[in-house]
Design a protein around this ligand. Structure first.
Ligand code: MD6
Ligand code: FE
Length: 226
């Protein structure tokens, strides 16, 4: 049946990816899993809705005093915040004084499965930053360096409108690669490129059948000590 020239495609692996599924290396230790979250989109978007009902999206202020164009909220034991005092993780939402909403189980499952598929077994995030982009908004080149340890990967999930992701190097001035992230794409990022600069170009106008004129991005991280 399966002769030497007949590639065997594992049906269990196929079921995890959609028809466009596949893996692309973005950089050392950074992998794009095309369509990995697509089949879970309804559940993920419903969980974002639930989280934001308790901890609304807001435009945070950078330490330099600029309001961010991307709206953000968090779930999990730790949430990333910025204000005039700096960038950091907090266990409570400064808007309400209450703990951030719990990490939804489907987020934990997706993070574990995506990290495993990219070669990082046993990833248990304690923080999920949720970014909401509208046309005209962007995220400037930055490093994710507010976590207690850089030993863990970051799992990033794109939903809704497509965006162009920029991926650079250890120095802000390093040349960047550009990659379009579409609805359902997951990036797993760890190892040698964990501290590489990256950002999102200005979102183009458009309509997505599930999110309208918006893009959501989840970044699942391990922020606190081990
Ligand atoms: C975004 N993502 O895609 C922003 N950071 O909207 C990030 O800033 C990011 O995708 C660290 C690792 C993966 C990411
Ligand atoms: Fe980032």
């Amino acid at each position: 049946m399966f002769g030497p020239m007949m590639p065997y495609i594992c049906p269990i692996m196929l079921s995890l990816f959609d028809a466009h599924g596949g893996m692309e290396a973005l950089g050392p230790g950074a992998t794009v899993l095309r369509g990995f979250a697509r089949k879970r989109d309804v559940v993920l978007l419903a969980e974002i809705e639930q989280v934001s009902a308790k901890a609304p999206f807001r435009h945070m202020v950078t330490p330099g005093g600029f309001e961010m164009s991307v709206a953000m909220t968090n779930c999990g034991a730790a949430g990333w915040v910025t204000d005039r005092a700096g960038y950091r993780y907090r266990s409570d939402d400064p808007l309400s004084g209450k703990r951030w909403p719990a990490m939804p189980v489907p987020f934990l499952t997706l993070a574990d499965e995506a990290a495993r598929a990219a070669g990082f077994a046993g990833f248990v995030p304690d923080a999920c930053l949720i970014n909401r982009y509208e046309p005209g908004t962007k995220l400037s080149l930055h490093q994710d360096k507010d976590e207690a340890s850089y030993a863990h990967p970051i799992v990033s999930v794109s939903l809704g409108l497509s965006a162009t992701f920029q991926f650079g190097g250890p120095k802000r001035s390093d040349p960047v690669r550009r990659v379009v992230l579409e609805h359902g794409d997951v990036v797993v990022w760890g190892g040698p490129s964990r501290l590489f600069h990256h950002g999102v170009l200005t979102l183009k106008s458009g309509e997505h059948p599930m999110t309208g004129a918006r893009r959501f991005n989840l970044t699942l991280r391990r922020a606190l000590q081990e």
